[in-house]
Design a protein around this ligand. Structure first.
Ligand code: FES
Length: 176
């Protein structure tokens, strides 16, 4: 009798400790899973375009994928040909590259060289220019542009605005 009530007490105490531990680890896991502050529900990410510096690549996240954001300098824009200009996304008086940061060959993440204004994919030596168009194989096509909608100084990733739809229609990008 004595033993069984002692077991009962021990069982409850252990259960309580395990319960607290479980809650603590669930909380820790939830914190890990929680999206970044910029990420909203239902797979949308809002980017505030006011803070990006010229010719400095920033990698954002959308639906777990890396998104490259590169603000162009006046000089970079002036040197672009018509085909390159079609890939530029204008927000107010600023101009950007916004693409998926996944190589269209086999999905590695290319790196940006600000001095040469080009992307290199170290996996198989593929290269892209500053508008993410291929300059050296094996990538079969430019980096894909994610669905985006411009809203003032913000860009909503995951929604198809008119500028994105036009890019799809004209074959500037495939659907990401
Ligand atoms: Fe980029 Fe092969 S994955 S070149």
């Amino acid at each position: 009798m004595k033993n069984s009530s002692r077991r009962g007490f021990m069982g409850k105490a252990f259960g309580a400790v395990a319960g607290v531990g479980a809650v603590a680890s669930l909380y820790a896991m939830k914190k890990t899973w929680d999206p970044l502050p910029s990420v909203k529900a239902a797979g949308f990410t809002t980017l505030d375009m006011s803070g990006y510096k010229e010719n400095e690549l920033v990698t954002e996240k959308w639906r777990g994928k890396p998104i490259f954001v590169l603000r162009y300098t006046k000089d970079m824009l002036a040197k672009m040909n018509d085909q390159q200009k079609e890939r530029v996304i204008k927000i107010g008086n600023k101009s950007f590259l916004i693409t998926l940061g996944l190589c269209t060959h086999l999905g590695c993440i290319p790196s940006y060289d600000p001095d040469n204004k080009s992307f290199l994919c170290a996996c198989h030596g593929g290269r892209y220019d500053e508008t993410a168009m291929v300059t050296k194989a094996p990538p079969p096509r430019p980096l894909d542009i994610p669905p985006f909608k411009i809203d003032g100084e913000k860009v909503l990733l995951g929604e198809e605005g008119p500028e994105y739809k036009k890019m799809l229609e004209t074959g500037i990008t495939l659907k990401a």
